[in-house]
Write a protein that binds this ligand. Structure first.
Ligand SMILES: Nc1ncnc2c1ncn2[C@@H]1O[C@H](COP(=O)(O)OP(=O)(O)OP(=O)(O)O)[C@@H](O)[C@H]1O
Ligand SMILES: [Mg+2]
Length: 260
């Protein structure tokens, strides 16, 4: 069965800092065919820049900002009588969702203090899952591993893409995804490992031999990714035949996705 065809496929991109997660998530959104939601779960909010979106200019708030307004009682008086989950849902759809013909973007924003936003937080996980169900694909760019995602954002995934750089720690990290998922009761169908653009060919066997995961291939080094990143321009401007786009497209096709 082709993924994303009959129901939403939840995709989590994970890995250590700086391995290329956000680049992979952005290029996956560029290359997937169908209705796409991308969720920036990184407090640094770098995805909007990679996607060429100016959230301020578009008048879009982060989810943190919206939750903060609710907590401070700063929402519009017309919302006063709404139950909390309805309020969060209303703001999520109306103020936080950036919509475009190619993809929609939800930005979670800076971490909110644990405790004070507890009630809106609980509502949030259900609402994000509901929102995601309107799309063929929901791509989550996760900063701090599955624990964070599970507690706050989503409790199940179809596919986890672990982006691995050439270090012993990164390999251990990828191996531990299964244990962590087990511990935090996070269910998923497939764990794919992806070698990042710095991974040397002669070490790829270590990924191929890993248990409980399928090694998909490598994201090729692409000088244009670096220069677009440096100049703050959108990665969506990369030509389809650029090494990074081509490799991400091939990796997604290998995992059973419909691509452009
Ligand atoms: N295929 C590639 N070719 C060349 N450079 C790349 C490639 N993929 C990513 N990079 C560069 O590597 C750096 C880190 O990439 P990215 O921001 O996607 O990583 P990340 O894992 O999301 O980082 P963080 O953990 O900070 O969120 C960026 O400067 C990016 O331009
Ligand atoms: Mg990132």
């Amino acid at each position: 069965m082709v993924k994303g065809e009959n129901m939403t496929t939840n995709i989590i991109v994970t890995g250590r800092g700086g391995t290329g997660k956000s680049t992979f998530a952005t290029l996956a959104v560029k290359e997937l065919k169908g209705a796409r939601l991308i969720i920036d779960a990184d407090p640094d909010q770098c995805l909007s820049a990679l996607l060429g979106v100016d959230l301020d200019e578009a008048g879009i708030k982060t989810v943190s900002e919206a939750l903060f307004e609710i907590q401070k009682g700063e929402t519009d008086a017309s919302m006063d009588s709404m139950p909390l989950p309805e309020k969060v849902d209303y703001l999520l759809q109306l103020s936080c969702l950036y919509e475009s013909p190619e993809f929609d973007l939800l930005t979670l924003g800076v971490k909110w203090t644990r405790g004070c936003y507890c009630a809106p937080n609980n509502a949030l996980r259900t609402l994000i899952t509901e929102l995601a169900s309107n799309y063929d694909y929901a791509v989550f760019d996760s900063p701090a591993g599955l624990e964070h995602i599970n507690r706050r954002i989503v409790s199940r995934a179809d596919d986890i893409f672990a982006i691995v750089d050439p270090s012993a720690k990164a390999l251990r990290n990828a191996e531990h995804v299964i244990d962590i998922a087990d511990t935090i009761d996070f269910s998923f169908k497939n764990l794919y490992t992806v070698a990042n653009y710095r991974f040397p060919e002669d070490l790829l066997a270590s990924l191929e031999n890993m248990d409980h995961s399928r090694y998909l291939g490598k994201v090729e080094h692409d000088a244009r990714v670096e220069s677009l990143d440096w100049s703050g321009d959108s990665l969506l401007r990369l030509p389809a035949d650029s090494p990074a786009c081509r490799s991400v497209r091939e990796l997604l096709a290998k995992a059973g996705y419909r691509t452009q």
